[in-house]
Design a protein around this ligand. Structure first.
Ligand code: AHG
Ligand code: MN
Ligand code: MN
Length: 348
């Protein structure tokens, strides 16, 4: 006997049902819908490519000392404008802005704080490879009406929602509100994100890793040893062959891992050691860590659960290992064993 197909579920319906189940407030639901709408606008701009005049450098730099692409600046503006007037936010912070911004006085202020990497993987824009937007939502601390940078400095465990939108062959929004990780595909004709993968589960074991191998000689000894053992394959201590993938857009690499497993790593290296790492804690590592944990995976700095890192600066950087749980645990073991073998400092 054939069963009628289940009706398609839009992002709007999914969030409304989550609200009825007490999993999300009306304000947070609206905030996520607004972010999703901004992502649709960014998706359109990314999709136009050279025809939209959006490729190439903006000729400016951001607070991190990185050259901004036109699409970095445009995506930032789209997200700022979309989120200014809704009444559900108290403030915003972005990779592309030196400091956080309170919502302008002309609009009502709400109870949430939004952080974003407006365009992740911007080195891939000009070569027509997937890029994305990453976002994280925190609560504005009680009694704070004009949030400043310090009010955003909450650990990843405090996130009430996190997600990314990947602009690939299809545009997909991957979201968590702390009740699993779910994926929505943009129906370009209708203009709606439609639920296409409910409750993503990352396989615990993997044979695939993602790392920028050109940094090998700059890594710490435990990372050198970990990857050497991966490369040794079936004949080495890990006893199996590994494959490697590196898109150089964190969003695309994490999306692959949420789809079929793997480990993604941007470890500490001698080039970024003074900054603490390459990727940013508040709007890259933390939202991805929550999505991955909610999908049954793990996320670590190599020595500590990522979501528990106490933030000290808005643009703070951290080493990142995330993905299939057992493989992340293996990478952490290499780091902890190395640290335990170090001579203890002599106490006078
Ligand atoms: P962004 O474009 O927001 O600055 O982030 C780029 C990040 C991340 O997406 C990616 O994993 C990494 O930088 C790429 O680094 P490499 O240049 O070392 O490949
Ligand atoms: Mn980024
Ligand atoms: Mn970026």
């Amino acid at each position: 006997m054939s069963h009628p197909a289940a009706p398609p579920v839009s992002l709007t319906r999914h969030l409304l049902e989550a609200q009825r189940a007490g999993q999300v407030s009306a304000d947070l639901r609206l905030l996520i819908e607004v972010v999703a709408r901004a992502c649709k606008q960014i998706s359109i701009a990314v999709g136009k490519g050279a025809l939209g005049g959006v490729l190439g450098d903006a000729g400016t730099g951001n607070v991190q000392g990185e050259a901004q692409k036109k699409l970095d600046v445009l995506s930032n503006e789209i997200l700022l404008e979309a989120n200014a007037w809704g009444g559900h936010l108290a403030g915003l912070a972005s990779e592309e802005m030196d400091h956080s911004q309170p919502i302008p006085d002309v609009y009502p202020r709400g109870n949430y704080l939004l952080l974003f990497d407006p365009l992740d993987g911007s080195s891939n824009i000009d070569v027509n490879v997937s890029v994305g937007t990453i976002f994280s939502v925190l609560r504005c601390p009680d009694g704070v009406t004009e949030p400043r940078d310090e009010h955003f400095l909450q650990p990843g465990t405090a996130q009430v929602a996190a997600g990314y939108c990947v602009y690939g062959p299809s545009t997909m929004l991957v979201l968590t509100i702390g009740h699993g990780t779910h994926a929505f595909t943009l129906d370009r004709e209708v203009g709606s994100f439609m639920l296409t993968r409910r409750d993503i589960r990352i396989p615990e074991e993997t044979r695939e890793f993602a790392v920028n191998m050109s940094n090998q000689r700059f890594w710490e000894p435990p990372m050198q040893r970990y990857v050497a053992d991966l490369l040794a394959g079936a004949e080495g201590p890990r006893g199996k062959d590994f494959n490697m993938r590196w898109v150089a857009s964190m969003v695309a690499d994490v999306h692959r891992i949420l789809t079929r497993g793997g480990i993604f790593s941007y470890p500490l290296d001698a080039k970024c050691a003074a900054k603490g790492g390459r990727l940013r804690l508040m709007y890259e590592a933390n939202p991805m860590a929550l999505l991955v944990e909610q999908a049954g995976g793990a996320a670590s700095t190599g020595r500590q659960r990522l979501l528990e890192v106490p933030p000290t600066q808005l643009h703070q950087r951290v080493p990142v290992f995330l993905g299939s749980r057992r493989e992340v645990e293996a990478a952490v073991r290499y780091h902890l064993e190395h640290d335990a073998a170090q001579p203890q400092p002599q106490v006078a």
